[in-house]
Ligand binder design. Structure first.
Ligand code: TMP
Length: 211
């Protein structure tokens, strides 16, 4: 039987550089001879992508609170875990994801006021034992975030929240990383460095995770 694949999650606020970085990782993993898939949350499979659209629509209309959002993110996540994450890990294929349940802790918990313990308890059930092997936080300051956001063309309703929301998010992420929330290995990378430097640091985490 092949060895189980590793799951590696990229975290951070919108504009931190996750999407830019994730593009380089498939090629890097394949240069190491490591079969890998890239995925994202919310989404990653057709049904979960539909829930993603629904969440953004309802959040944009202002008709869902933190608990409603949590329920919808976990519905999408359950599809993602059972249809994408588990089957690949079981086949020995690594899974790198743009976001994970730690985004729910950051956004619906720290930023929107949802109960952190409840989120973690639901995550425990929904993740079906798929504990992350590494979580990488791309960290940028609230000021840098505001500057990058003002230049971004694409955005979702979470990106349109104000400075204090973004500050709660960033502080929440820093708090999670400092406490290794979920008893998983967190690595904080300064996302304000050059794209190349950030990429090198992410690759170093991937290499050590594969050992
Ligand atoms: P992104 O894929 O462009 O990062 O967009 C996903 C958006 O959804 C982003 O603004 C963060 C938000 N989000 C949550 O609020 N909670 C979650 O659990 C996840 C996965 C994402």
């Amino acid at each position: 039987m092949s060895e189980r694949g590793k799951s590696i999650y990229l975290e951070g606020i919108g504009g931190a550089g996750k999407s830019t970085q994730i593009k380089f990782l498939l090629e890097y993993m394949s240069s190491l001879g490591q079969e890998t898939i890239l995925t994202r949350e919310p989404g990653g499979n057709p049904a979960a992508e539909k829930i993603r659209g629904l969440i953004f629509k309802l959040k944009g209309e202002g008709v869902i609170n933190a608990d409603h959002q949590m329920a919808l993110f976990f519905a999408a996540r359950y599809l993602w875990v059972t249809e994408v994450v588990k089957p690949n890990l079981d086949k020995g294929i690594h899974v790198i994801s743009d976001r994970s349940y730690f985004s729910t802790v950051a956004y619906q918990g720290y930023a929107e006021g949802g109960d952190l313990d409840t989120i973690l308890k639901i995550a425990d059930v929904v993740m079906e034992g798929c504990k992350p092997d590494a979580v990488i936080l791309l960290d940028i300051s609230p000021e840098e975030a505001a500057m990058r956001r003002s230049k971004r063309s694409e955005s979702d309703p979470f990106d349109s929240e104000g400075f204090s929301y973004v500050t709660r998010l960033i502080n929440g992420y820093r708090d999670m990383a400092q406490n290794n929330l979920g008893n998983v290995p967190w690595t904080v990378i300064n996302g304000e460095q050059s794209v190349e430097k950030v990429s090198d640091e992410i690759k170093a985490v991937l290499s050590s995770t594969l050992c």
